[in-house]
Design a binder for this molecule. Structure first.
Ligand SMILES: Nc1ncnc2c1ncn2[C@@H]1O[C@H](COP(=O)(O)OP(=O)(O)OP(=O)(O)O)[C@@H](O)[C@H]1O
Ligand SMILES: [Mg+2]
Length: 322
């Protein structure tokens, strides 16, 4: 087994707030192996973006890393200097976010940006432009040779996200991190982008960490899935096992509430009753206890991460009971 491309170990992050410390991530372990796509899913506020910010060294000023390491290409990114992090972000870890405009410069043409991004290559401008046009064609921009001289505002949202993916892939990164990259798009475009990422994987992308609250996209794209709840990893499994034999009650409820899986015409759509616990005053024991239909007395002590086998773990006392 080759070492993982990304190894997040025991990561805990807290935010200082007027209400005290918000324990946004607690003892998170996530690995992304070479050529694997790992999905992270969980309700709004469960810590997905905090996790990605920690990996990229882009945590908010009021955030504090309480424990853990982020291993990438032989070093701990949490101990890297700002200059080292800048050398990693982009060339080695590329990112795509919800709003493609945050990654595109509105006052430079796409051509200029796509040529600039190849700054590490010794090729001349003509060769770089040709590579950029080939990449735009590859990600589905029609008439790329003409359109490359346009500015970002001349493209639709779906096209912009394709351009950002193309730019990310031009760098040949070891890891692509995507945080809700399709949330701003309609369902047809969303499906196209996911299809594109899937096509690209073997060719160029290597490993992908894909964050989404859309279970359908996760099922389609990912090899492994990590389910987060209130700052903890509650379940982690190969994609088939997660969807066919979920072990954590939270995962089961997420699947039951997935709009794509409930019977057509169901109204109102089912939701998980209750809300996330207060991160400034977490309950004792299992974090999901207050909302869990199967909660019992023993859930008042912190549940162990139970190993169900074949890369499947769940943080529930009853996991694996069948
Ligand atoms: N700078 C900050 N200061 C204080 N609290 C914060 C800060 N950033 C995030 N939080 C809190 O940390 C928790 C995790 O937030 P995060 O943005 O990581 O969640 P998320 O899973 O990405 O949610 P979403 O699906 O809405 O993007 C939330 O309770 C959020 O309110
Ligand atoms: Mg987020």
């Amino acid at each position: 087994m080759s070492p993982p491309v990304l190894a997040i170990r025991d990561l805990s992050v807290a935010y200082r707030s007027r209400r005290g410390r918000l324990a946004a991530l607690r003892h998170v372990d996530i690995e992304v192996a070479a050529n694997r796509i790992v999905g992270i899913v969980g309700e709004s506020g469960c810590g997905k973006s905090t996790l990605i910010a920690a990996v990229l060294g882009l945590l908010a000023p009021n955030a504090e890393v309480m424990s853990g390491t982020v291993g990438f290409e032989g070093r701990n990114l949490l101990a890297a200097t700002p200059a080292e992090l800048r050398a990693v972000r982009g060339p080695r870890i590329a990112t795509i976010f919800q709003d493609p405009m945050t990654a595109l410069n509105p006052v430079l043409s796409i051509a200029t940006q796509m040529i600039d991004i190849q700054y590490r290559s010794d090729e001349g401008a003509t060769a770089k432009r040709a590579r950029a046009i080939a990449m735009l064609t590859r990600v589905g921009i029609p008439d790329a040779a003409q359109r490359i001289d346009d500015y970002a505002h001349r493209f639709s949202g779906g096209m912009r996200q394709r351009i950002v993916i193309g730019m990310a892939l031009l760098m040949r990164p070891a890891l692509l991190i995507a945080d809700e990259p399709t949330t701003a798009l309609d369902v047809t475009l969303e499906a196209q982008i996911v299809h594109l990422l899937r096509e690209m994987r073997g060719e160029i992308a290597g490993s992908i960490l894909f964050v989404s609250h859309n279970l359908g996209l996760i099922a389609e794209l990912c090899d492994e899935v990590v389910v987060m709840y209130a700052g903890e990893v509650v379940e982690r499994a190969p994609v088939r096992a997660l969807f066919h034999a979920p072990q954590h009650p939270y995962t089961r409820l997420l699947l039951a509430c997935d709009p794509a899986r409930v019977a057509e015409g169901t109204f109102p759509l089912p939701t998980i009753p209750g809300g996330l616990p207060d991160l400034a005053a977490l309950p004792q024991g299992c974090v999901f206890r207050a909302r869990c239909p199967d909660a019992r007395a023993e859930c008042a002590t912190p549940p162990p991460l139970r190993n169900i086998g074949a890369g499947h773990v769940a943080r529930c006392v009853r996991a694996g009971d069948g």
